[in-house]
Ligand binder design. Structure first.
Ligand code: NAD
Ligand code: TYD
Length: 337
């Protein structure tokens, strides 16, 4: 495995950057990070490892067929596809890029993986492809796909395409479907970093609807370890759910952050609900635990305290992000709500 050369797409985003750092610290592999550097991609996320000789960065778009063909000239033997437009609210405002990147881009990668006979193709998907749950039940790998947003529909489409490449061409595809991640380097449009960074400067904290929607939260480093296990031990043609076994209502999360920061609950503002807002996600992780021996390590309270601490210590990181395009997005998104 010493010569292993992994193409990681979207490695300048939240999960991809944590994953590259994790892999370089554990294995002797070469990693090529191919990323378009959209608003969510940030070279700062990997500043500490950019001089590592095993690491190469290429700026490019997975929806650009020629660019993808060029990358595969570099004797890639495995692909881990993180690249995606990833924010549900943006997909509701403007779905176009979600279709182009999440479906069209995945198609280009699968085509090249097929032509070049790669050894593994890991498609990083999401529990959101399963849709929404009521009070009972959990998503299993065989739960029918029933997405409710342009984002989740684009991810579900990519999953179907990826599995069809396995069935038709025996392309060595494995799909992972993880629940909501939190941790360092998450873009402050998502709930947890948005609430932390707003609260730090005493801005209102927008909570959609009644705040009782439920998500299952997992620390990003636990997710990275799960992908590592799937990459090394996962069975081709399989789907693996990854969960944190940690269901929380949104309002509970917001109040926890306020408690950690010692800020008042008067900052909370209930705002108009998200369109088609999924009520509850919950994951059955039995398969990955039993088959690959995976288990989460990070307790939620400690993980959240560390995450809040990271945003306090790395103010320069998010202050730079929360300007320009972000401010336009924020005012469009939260005005009149
Ligand atoms: P992110 O938005 O933080 O990062 C996405 C990265 O992809 C950015 O670096 C961006 O520049 C890059 N990118 C976007 N379009 C591209 C394109 N056309 N070509 C090349 N690069 C492109 O997202 P994230 O939260 O790190 O999520 C990574 C993956 O994990 C996504 O596929 C997402 O669907 C999945 N996922 C995320 C979560 C979560 O809670 N964040 C949970 C489960 C699954
Ligand atoms: P988010 O972090 O966007 O992840 P996802 O929609 O992919 O689960 O949102 C998590 C939950 O928090 C979701 O129920 C929507 C809610 N939410 C708010 O209440 N206020 C906010 O400002 C944001 C961004 C999200």
């Amino acid at each position: 495995m010493g010569n292993t050369h992994i193409l990681v797409t979207g490695g300048c985003g939240f999960i991809g950057s944590n994953f590259i750092r994790h892999m370089l610290s554990q294995y002797p592999y070469r990693i090529t990070n191919f990323d378009k550097l959209t608003y969510a991609g940030n070279l700062e996320n990997l500043r500490d490892i950019e001089k590592d000789r095993r690491y190469t960065f290429i700026k490019g778009d997975i929806a650009d067929k020629v660019a993808i063909e060029n990358v595969f000239e570099k004797e890639i033997d495995s692909v881990i596809n993180f690249a995606a437009e990833s924010h549900v609210d943006r997909s509701i405002m403007d779905p176009d890029a979600f279709i182009k990147t999440n479906i069209g881009g995945t198609f280009n990668l699968l085509e090249m993986a097929r032509k070049r006979n790669v050894k593994r193709f890991i498609q990083i998907s999401t529990d959101e492809v399963y849709g929404s749950l009521g009070k009972e039940g959990e998503f299993r790998e065989d739960t029918p796909l029933a997405p409710n947003s342009p984002y989740s529909a684009s991810k579900a489409s990519a999953d179907i395409l990826a599995m069809v490449y396995y069935k038709t061409y025996k392309t060595p595809v494995i799909i992972t479907r993880c629940s909501n991640n939190y941790g360092p380097y998450q873009f402050p449009e998502k709930l947890i970093p948005l609430i932390i960074t707003n609260a730090l400067v005493d801005m209102e904290l927008p909570v959609y609807g009644d705040g009782m929607n439920i998500r299952d939260w997992i620390h990003v480093l636990d997710h990275c370890e799960a992908i590592d296990a799937v990459f090394h031990k996962g069975e081709i043609g399989n789907v693996y759910n990854i969960g944190g076994e940690n269901e929380r209502t949104n309002i509970e999360i917001v109040k926890l952050i306020l408690r950690i920061l010692g800020k008042p609950e008067t900052l909370i503002k209930f705002v108009k609900d998200r369109l088609g807002h999924d009520r509850r996600y919950a994951i059955d992780s039995t398969k990955i635990k039993k088959k690959l021996g995976y288990k989460t390590k990070k307790g939620f309270k400690k993980g959240m305290e560390e995450t809040v601490g990271w945003y306090i210590e790395n103010k320069f990181w998010w202050e730079r992000i929360k300007s320009g395009e972000y401010l336009e997005y924020y005012s469009k998104m939260y005005k009149d709500r």
